[in-house]
Structures are given as C-alpha cells and as structure tokens.
Design a protein around this ligand. Sequence first.
Ligand SMILES: NC(=O)C1=CN([C@@H]2O[C@H](COP(=O)(O)OP(=O)(O)OC[C@H]3O[C@@H](n4cnc5c(N)ncnc54)[C@H](OP(=O)(O)O)[C@@H]3O)[C@@H](O)[C@H]2O)C=CC1
Ligand SMILES: Nc1nc(=O)c2c([nH]1)NC[C@@H]1CN(c3ccc(C(=O)N[C@@H](CCC(=O)O)C(=O)O)cc3)C=[N+]21
Length: 296
Amino acid sequence: MTQGTAQVLAGPPAAAALLDEARRRAARLPHPPHLALVRVGEDPASVSYVRGKAKKASEVGLSSHVHALPGDTTQADLLALIGTLNADPAVSGILVQLPLPAHLDPAPVLLAVHPAKDVDGLHPANTGALWNAHEGLRPCTPAGIMALLAHHGVPVRGARVVVVGRSALVGRPVAGLLLNADATVTLAHRATPDLGAVTRGADILIVAAGQAHLITPDMVRPGATVVDVGINRVPTEDGKGRLTGDVHPDVAHVAGALTPVPGGVGPMTVAQLLMNTVIAAERQHAQTEVTGELVR
Ligand SMILES: NC(=O)C1=CN([C@@H]2O[C@H](COP(=O)(O)OP(=O)(O)OC[C@H]3O[C@@H](n4cnc5c(N)ncnc54)[C@H](OP(=O)(O)O)[C@@H]3O)[C@@H](O)[C@H]2O)C=CC1
Ligand SMILES: Nc1nc(=O)c2c([nH]1)NC[C@@H]1CN(c3ccc(C(=O)N[C@@H](CCC(=O)O)C(=O)O)cc3)C=[N+]21
C-alpha cells in the first residue's frame, strides 16, 4: 500500500499573521496595550511559558509585566493583586498562569479577574458568552486553533468535528467556537466507549487529552484534518526531554492535514493571547471615549 503524507498545518506562519494584525491594531491606540502576567511559584513549564508570552508581547509593541509571586502565596494575597490590576486603568489584560499550586483554588481566582480584562477568556461571563455566541473574549488556545484552520483554508462550516477532551481550557471552548462556526460537534472523554469508532467519524479531529500518542492511525478517517493540542514531555537519552503530541506520528500517513508538535497550536496560543490583549484595550478605549471612565 502506498502511504501519503499529510499536509503540515504549521503554526508559525499563521501566528505571524495574527501577530502582525495585533501589532497594527495596537499601534492605532493612544497607549500601548498592557498585559499583566501573574505566575505563582516556580513550575518550570509555567516559568518558560510566561517568559515566552512577555517576550512576544514586546515584539508586537505591547507592554507587559510578570507578577511572579512566591509558591506559598495565600489565596487572599493573590485575590488582592488581581483586585489592584482590575482597578488600574493602565492594565488592559490579566492572565493568571495555570496550574496554580495545589493549596490555591483556581475557580475564585478566575472569577476575580474583571471580564473585560480576562484575556484568557476563562471567566464565566466570557465562557457563557461563547456558548451563547455573544461577544466576549475567547480562550486563547481554542481561538488560536480557529485562526490556524482559517489560515490554512480548512473549511469548518458543515464539517463533522470530534473533540477529544472536555477541559475548561481547551476541549469545551473549542467545541463552542466550532459550533458557532456551523460545525457538527461531538465531545469525547474518558467515559466515551470505543473512542476510535467516534474519532473515525471526524472530518476534523481535535485532540486535547494530554496523553502522548493516544490517537493512532486506525482511529483516523483517511484524509481527515487532525489538530494535535497535546504537549507531552517525553524523556530522551540526553536527559533534556522532548515535546510530543497526543497524536502518533504514523497518523501523518492517513490524515489529509496535521498540526505538528511543537510548531502547531502552541505558537497560536501565544499569538491569540496578544490579540486578545489588543481587543480588550480597544474595547476599554471605546468605552472610555463614551463614558469618560471604564465601567466596572
Ligand atoms: N498547545 C497549547 O497551546 C496548549 C496545550 N495544552 C495541552 O493540551 C493537553 C490537554 O490540556 P487540558 O485540556 O488542559 O488537559 P486536562 O487534563 O484538563 O483535560 C484532558 C481531557 O482529556 C480527556 N482524556 C484524557 N485521556 C483520555 C483518554 N484516554 N480517552 C479519552 N479522553 C481522554 C479527559 O477526559 P475526562 O474529562 O473524562 O477526564 C479530559 O477531558 C495537554 O497536553 C496540555 O499540555 C493545553 C493548553 C494549551
Ligand atoms: N491561564 C493559562 N492560559 C494558558 O493558555 C495556559 C495555561 N494557563 N497553562 C498551561 C497551558 C499550556 N499553554 C501553552 C502555551 C504555549 C505553548 C507553546 O508555545 N508551545 C511551543 C513549544 C514550546 C517549547 O518548546 O517548550 C510549540 O508547541 O511549538 C504551549 C502551551 C498555555 N496554557
């Protein structure tokens, strides 16, 4: 049997287009949008992601500040910082990097971020808006996936889409965005019987399970578009480890198109965060023009 190789849906060129738009729109505002990045503790992945976000922010002309809190920060102290950032008119967007240390409860923290500054799109006001197709800030990875599909010309309207994973950060919101874009959406999770039978029904398969190589070639419809959201660190001989996705590399012989890891969804997440910061700043500016102040 001759096997094909899937088209690579590369993240960097699609992210560059999004970053260009963010840069252009930021330059039209009277002040550069400001992103407050809140990190608690020293989780190495979080340290590296937050550093990457701050670096990209400066590249598109946004200002940013990393609020690095010690690992033993109390819930009250974290909420107090968010309150200060909410009240500061110079702050356009606030991102609290997840996961938080185990002694902190993320739900009240996400609730505390003002919805107009919630550039992660995780406040219930924004998730509710998404599910009802109302205006709001959209979560970065899901919105980044939509931008990646659009950039590469993958049609969503009418497509049968299967999303593996139902987290608040990825699975649920990407399903909502796809539904809003007129896809027929199925959500699968650990209690889904015969996962392969479900995923084989997908024209577009989105995998956000956090399980290295969960999706094997037999689980993919020939010619399908596969979006691999998973970021799994696997050990290597040199001890440094390497990143791999939730999709087995051999899926490239079955799929029509496939996002790589790294270099697929990851760069879109960061670009969309900066786009969201610009959108938040634009809306705050428009509101200030009308009312003379930011309504809270
Ligand atoms: N590239 C990027 O920008 C980003 C990448 N990620 C990565 O994406 C992955 C998912 O992240 P996140 O959504 O936060 O993870 P969570 O662990 O919060 O959620 C994982 C979901 O996958 C489901 N799942 C896990 N194993 C299976 C299985 N064997 N069969 C079916 N469903 C399964 C779980 O089901 P159940 O609900 O039943 O437990 C759950 O709904 C991770 O690797 C993460 O690192 C995350 C954010 C951004
Ligand atoms: N409040 C919150 N919002 C998030 O958006 C959020 C979060 N918490 N916690 C963790 C996850 C994970 N996440 C990623 C961001 C960038 C890459 C990324 O840039 N990845 C590169 C590789 C990076 C590398 O080499 O380490 C790539 O895939 O090419 C990956 C993952 C955002 N998350």
